[in-house]
Design a protein around this ligand. Sequence first.
Ligand SMILES: Nc1ncnc2c1ncn2[C@@H]1O[C@H](COP(=O)(O)OP(=O)(O)O)[C@@H](O)[C@H]1O
Ligand SMILES: [Mg+2]
Length: 261
Amino acid sequence: MTTPLLKVSNLSKQYCTGFKWLQRQHTQALSPTSFELGKGETLAIVGGVGSGKSTLARILVGAEERSGGDIHFEGEELESRNLNQRCRLIRMIFQDPNTSLNPRLSIGQLLDEPLRFNTQLNRYERNKQVIDTLRKVGLLPEHTDFYPHMISEGQKQRVAVARALMLNPKIIIADEAMTALDLSVRSQIINLLLKLQKDLGLSYIFVSHNLNIIRHISDKVMVLKDGEVIEKAPTEQIFTSPQHDYTQRLIAEQTQRLQTR
Ligand SMILES: Nc1ncnc2c1ncn2[C@@H]1O[C@H](COP(=O)(O)OP(=O)(O)O)[C@@H](O)[C@H]1O
Ligand SMILES: [Mg+2]
């Protein structure tokens, strides 16, 4: 058997929520969770508010410490790679470009930042990479001089994608990244992500509550409820024969919403 790109084993997270009678209080945000992700594959993570989706995403990109479990990348324990290397492998696209893109920086500066902090490239090499990446996401070299407020929502989302691409990651995690976009912009961004996946061999982890998007783009689905994986299956199987009541309800709700629109 080939080694999966990413292998997550018994990953768990407890948050300390304070003290009561001098005892530390914890919430179990994520119960021991295991899954694998192959190269070029897309895993969707679905579940209601507070089910642990963002916690899982933040642990994978290294923005949050885990309480237990292992993460292996190409068979190697992630902790053993240095941080610099690690934050290149897995990158995150955040929910809302209006808050994740610093309004005081130009698009060029925003894209240059990850290169300045994480690579030894000189100014000319960095500039070349910024422009190449702008082209990859369907923007122009001229956009380097623009500021976030000067461009449309769709273009901002493209900048967010470009920023995630800057260090040539292997995996991109999008945490509810497209929820705020209107329908036509959303489908443009989805098509962009699918094209990038094909061209660059990227793997994706999509956190979303929009089951339509998930059905369209993912290969497999993991359903979380209160920090526990309740179902995990290939996408078509989840939609055609959901095993768990909760999954059945999620799909039924989605179908209803579509019909009443
Ligand atoms: N920084 C934190 N400190 C304490 N509890 C947290 C923190 N972040 C999340 N939680 C709790 O962990 C659980 C999972 O949260 P989260 O991962 O954000 O869920 P989701 O993204 O699925 O809505 C929730 O009960 C939430 O209140
Ligand atoms: Mg969340």
